[in-house]
Design a protein around this ligand. Structure first.
Ligand SMILES: Cc1cc2nc3c(=O)[nH]c(=O)nc-3n(C[C@H](O)[C@H](O)[C@H](O)COP(=O)(O)OP(=O)(O)OC[C@H]3O[C@@H](n4cnc5c(N)ncnc54)[C@H](O)[C@@H]3O)c2cc1C
Length: 472
């Protein structure tokens, strides 16, 4: 088998999966990553005996995450189903625990609420199962694939409805409605403007279920890193890509290495697992992706919280007084005053993530892409909200880290977690892997097909690597 030298740009999950796939195919792979560690948005913070995963915390679709290990003939990481449902606290004092056990959910709902919930879960399943073959599994859909999907399933996705209108058909209570609305944010979308088809995302967590990787998300990053080293991938950290250019049939990449030295790297081909708009900028090309409305960004607090409470779950959501207002603020480019507070406590399942008698709270709220706020003041404001909602007492929490959208701008244009804002049907379709006129450069990552989220980023890396392999 010919041994081509190939570059993989970016060491997030997509880049790691692409690098593994290319190495399995016998190519000599150089992975180039600007920061000092792999994982990209799945960044970590270790402080005063606490561990925080600063990016993804809900892991789904483990088969996709295992695929590169299985292809390499290695044992995949261990995944355990999330044991406890997600806790939702509503502003009127109601609490719901929503997980994959239908009886446990039904027991908390009124008869009419359960009827609506059950119907909406069934809708999500139908939409997901219809869309997944074209939009989740496999390479980017062709025009023919899109037409076939449209003819077979297009009407069931009610393309004329936005998500709230679609949910309203089943007459849910405001609590059940808000549980289902929230899943559109997993695509970085505004739930009140998102097209109905994004309802399919709910099935992945509420129907199929989330899992915990051994060692948490950090454990998953380390498992990928070990796989890459075993496959002989050369990992170049602290190496920033400054320019990408065609070079005959190959690709030329200009980088700045640790210490400031510049280097030109010539390769037979490359997968760019940077965000797509950044790849085009580094190519010196303009592309519509650079002008698209960016998806939501995030503001994160890492809290050391004294005391361990069995009432708090691994995943918790404190819902705002008016969910719609949060997205009105975001649309105006403001950090919301009353946002949904997502509190993930990984020490519930990984006791080593916090000292005994303490919990590690990763608090994530939606933030407007490309906009910064006064970090310390907003952190105080969020702590105030947690106290007002009975989640914290005075002096119970210490802020070990606060991260605004500039933290995410290192990884993605405007710090947009999911690339393009999916506020219309067309905007839900992600870019393919090809770059016009450059057959030996392919795109991968959360901003291209099949989209964001860890399993989909891995999927894009695997398929984009296949596309490059075919070309070499
Ligand atoms: C706060 C937050 C919460 C999230 N929650 C979840 C969740 O619960 N579940 C889930 O599945 N997903 C979640 N996600 C989304 C998920 O993390 C991403 O979709 C996924 O990790 C994207 O992987 P990627 O490889 O495409 O991109 P990235 O992880 O962004 O990787 C890109 C890499 O390229 C590097 N890079 C960029 N520019 C250069 C350059 N010029 N030179 C060299 N290297 C460069 C970056 O440093 C980075 O390592 C979350 C993300 C965030 C930020």
């Amino acid at each position: 088998m010919p041994r081509n030298e190939v570059l993989v740009l970016g060491g997030g999950f997509a880049g790691m999966a692409a690098a593994a796939s290319l190495a399995i195919r016998g190519h000599q792979v150089q992975l180039i990553e600007q920061t000092g560690s792999l994982g990209g948005k799945a960044a970590r913070l270790q402080r005063q005996g606490f561990h925080f995963d600063l990016g993804p915390s809900v892991v789904t679709l483990p088969d996709m995450l295992s695929a590169p290990f299985i292809a390499a003939g290695e044992t995949p990481p261990r995944f355990v189903p999330v044991a406890h449902p997600t806790r939702y606290d509503f502003p009127d004092g109601r609490t719901l625990h929503i997980g994959t056990d239908p009886q446990a959910v039904a027991a908390q709902l009124s008869a009419s609420e359960w009827t609506a919930y059950d119907a909406l879960l069934g809708d999500a399943r139908s939409l997901y199962e219809a869309a997944a073959p074209t939009f989740v599994h496999g390479p980017p859909p062709s025009l023919w694939d899109l037409t076939q999907y449209g003819m077979r399933h297009g009407l069931a996705a009610k393309p004329w409805l936005r998500l709230p209108g679609y949910l309203a058909r089943r007459h849910p209570s405001s609590h059940v409605r808000d549980v289902f609305l929230r899943f559109a944010t997993y695509f970085g979308a505004n739930p009140f403007r998102a097209p109905a088809v994004l309802h399919n995302i709910a099935w992945v967590e509420l129907g199929i279920g989330a899992v915990n990787p051994e060692g948490g998300v950090a454990g998953l990053v380390h498992a990928y890193e070990r796989l890459l080293r075993k496959l002989g991938v050369q990992i170049n950290l602290h190496t920033q890509v400054d320019r990408i250019a065609p070079d005959g049939t190959g690709i030329d990449v200009h980088v700045t290495q640790a210490g400031g030295a510049s280097r030109r790297w010539r390769a037979d081909g490359a997968v760019s697992a940077l965000d797509a708009a950044r790849t085009y900028r580094l190519l010196g090309r303009s592309h519509p992706s650079q002008r698209w409305t960016p998806s939501l960004s995030g503001f994160v607090l890492a809290l050391a919280v004294k005391g361990v409470s069995p009432e708090r779950m691994q995943h918790n959501l404190i819902m705002p007084a008016r969910y719609e207002q949060e997205f009105e603020d975001l649309a105006r480019g403001r950090h919301p005053r009353d946002p949904t507070l997502y509190v993930s406590i990984s020490s519930k399942v990984e006791p080593a993530h916090a000292p005994a008698g303490w919990e590690n709270w990763f608090v994530l709220v939606n933030a407007p892409p490309g906009v910064r706020t006064d970090k310390a003041a907003y952190a105080r404001h969020l702590l105030g909200l947690l106290k007002a909602r009975g989640w914290l007492e005075a002096g119970q929490a210490t802020v070990l880290g606060a991260f605004d959208t500039d933290h995410l701008e290192r990884f993605a244009t405007h710090g947009a977690i999911y690339g393009r804002m999916a506020n219309s049907l067309g905007a839900t379709i992600r870019l393919g892997y090809d770059v016009k006129g450059l057959p030996t450069l392919k795109l991968a990552g959360g901003t291209v097909h099949p989209g964001g989220g860890v399993p989909l980023a891995v999927q894009s890396g695997v398929h984009s690597a296949d596309a490059l392999h075919q070309q070499l």
